[in-house]
Design a protein around this ligand. Structure first.
Ligand code: HEC
Length: 158
């Protein structure tokens, strides 16, 4: 049975490393080097503070612009979309006809926080102290302006 070099017919089955593994392995090293170079402040000048500052500036600009003027004033289509948004998000508290419920009458002659477009925007975006929830995250400027346009359109036809 024991022919020399024959170990019960057990042979080494070395097929080498699959090419895909080698490519992947090399790729992770390249990526790692790129990552270290890109995100080491001493090498690339990258800094999370710079990124943060830049993002804050951009956000403030957008915000300042958004709160200033209503891009959808008297825009029929936007008012239609605003109506649907109102039904979905606001009617439960302010009533289907805006005449109030849990929340105040939005068609009242005198509103609590003013009734200019930007004051309405502020009420909806930031919320108000006595039970008005903020909607800036949920709706964003675009849709808030549409809701405001809808409310304003009903106020002017009163
Ligand atoms: C959970 C109930 C609730 C929901 C939902 C709600 N509101 Fe209000 N809202 C209130 C209450 C309560 C107030 C009064 C807050 C106060 O007096 O400080 C208010 C105040 C307001 C005001 C200011 C009114 C004024 O007299 O100055 C506006 C404008 C307004 N809401 C619009 C909306 C819009 C638009 C939506 C939907 C996107 C909405 N609200 C959703 C409860 C709600």
């Amino acid at each position: 049975m024991s022919e020399h070099g024959n170990y019960d017919n057990i042979k080494e089955a070395n097929k080498g490393i699959p090419v895909g593994y080698v490519v992947f392995f090399a790729g992770t090293i390249v990526w790692l080097i790129w990552y270290i170079v890109s995100y080491t402040p001493q090498i690339s000048g990258w800094s999370q503070y710079k990124v943060f500052d830049k993002e804050m500036k951009e956000a403030q600009l957008t915000e300042a612009k958004a709160v200033k003027e209503n891009p959808y004033k008297d825009n029929g289509q936007a008012i239609g979309e605003g109506k649907a948004l109102f039904t979905a998000n606001c009617a439960a508290c302010h009533g289907e006809n805006l005449k109030g419920g849990v929340g105040p009458d939005l068609l009242a002659e005198k509103t609590i926080y003013g009734d200019s477009d930007s004051q309405f925007y502020e009420s909806v975006a930031k919320g108000r102290a006595n039970g008005m929830p903020p909607f800036d995250r949920q709706l964003g400027p675009d849709r808030i302006w549409k809701v405001v346009s809808f409310i304003k359109s009903l106020r002017s036809h009163k």
